[in-house]
Design a protein around this ligand. Structure first.
Ligand code: GLO
Ligand code: MG
Length: 346
């Protein structure tokens, strides 16, 4: 019998990627947005994540009126398919104006571009029926420490967040921290930083966070601790589950691929915090391996969800009573083995 649960799943069009890396070209042909949307539906996912220019392609060449018109058309299509938009994120890392960062660029005109584009992103989100704006602050950092003034960058980030909060009184900003890549160092590397900067804004209640497993690992942190920390502030508004093998380039491996025990801990923490009960989604920010053939193109998404659900069973069948008594006796050695054997099916 299928496991009863309340989780709703989603992914973004960029998660059906073509295999390009810094050392070589794509290994799979590009697929249309329509194809990706129908793949999502076929696989039975509930929602799609969007960058602003996933929703309205070539956004920079379009007027505000045109952007709104296209967003409305997309909303109609999503409604027709029964697919929700989980969030919209301004893609502030492609355009020449964002080479030196968006909100923290040293060029005033470029900072203005980033804020204007973020406002358009918020307009799109509103039309698509979501109040959630995800801010992965890709280029808000430096390659060399002397290039920017760190203190000023914090002020500039707050200024930009305030402009977004003022633009739409209902919009909520979920900051997605990542310590590095593409930058050497990012200004908001962890959930602690995200929640601290929220307090500086004009409406801290509307600034929360999104945890990505791989990003926490890259920061040398335990993703489940990051989850607990964010949840203790009621600020975990979205999550990107995936996996990461050590401190390397950002790998976006299938959920559970590298560290099953960590994946188990992440779900256990989500369960304990009742994540998803307020409509938050479980998103898989995963990519196919470069070697993946076209006919296996979406397996990483279905597999991530399958692993999630199998581990959810493991979480629910874990002997919490036995764990509690081992904890009471400070027998963490036996607790360790209890977890290991449970995961191995004993
Ligand atoms: C990259 C990020 C990226 C974001 C996405 C949404 O490391 O994880 O995939 O999640 O662009 O803003
Ligand atoms: Mg992500």
């Amino acid at each position: 019998m299928a496991l009863k649960h309340h989780y709703q799943f989603c992914f973004g069009p960029w998660n059906i990627s073509e295999g390009q890396d810094p050392y070589g070209p794509t290994t799979r042909p590009p697929q249309s947005f329509d194809w990706k949307l129908s793949a999502l539906k076929k696989m039975g996912f509930d929602a799609m994540m969007f960058h602003d220019d996933d929703a309205v392609p070539d956004i920079d060449s379009k007027s505000v009126a045109q952007i709104r018109k296209e967003a409305k058309e997309l909303k109609k299509r999503l409604d027709g398919e029964g697919i929700a938009a989980e969030m919209v994120a301004p893609r502030l890392w492609f355009h020449p104006n964002t080479v030196d960062g968006g909100y923290t660029s040293n060029d005033k005109k470029h900072r203005q571009y980033a804020i204007d584009r973020s406002r358009r992103c918020i307009d799109i989100a509103k039309i698509l029926g979501t109040d959630l704006i995800v801010l992965w602050l890709a280029r808000e950092g430096t390659y060399i420490r002397e290039a920017k003034d760190g203190r000023r960058s914090v002020d500039l980030l707050v200024e930009a967040f305030d402009a977004m909060l003022a633009h739409d009184k209902r919009a909520r900003l979920a900051i997605e921290p990542k310590p590095n890549e593409p930058m050497d160092h990012a200004y908001i590397p962890t959930i602690g930083h995200a929640l601290a900067i929220a307090q500086h804004t004009r409406d801290p209640k509307r600034v929360g966070c999104l945890i990505e497993s791989a990003h926490a690992i890259l920061a040398g942190l335990d993703p489940s601790d990051e989850i607990d920390f964010a949840c203790s502030f009621d600020k975990l508004w979205s999550i990107h589950l995936n996996d990461q093998n050590g401190l390397k380039y950002d790998q976006d491996r299938p959920f559970g691929c590298t560290n099953l025990r960590s994946a188990f801990d992440q779900i256990r923490t989500l369960e304990r915090n009742q994540y998803g009960k307020n409509g938050e989604y479980v998103c898989f920010d995963v990519h196919p391996f470069r070697t993946t053939k076209v006919e296996h193109w979406t397996a990483h998404l279905e597999n991530s969800r399958r692993t999630f659900l199998l581990l959810l069973e493991k979480v629910r069948s874990f002997d919490e009573k036995a764990a509690r008594s081992l904890i009471a006796n400070r027998d963490y050695q036996a607790l360790d083995q209890l977890v290991i054997e449970h995961l191995m099916g004993n």
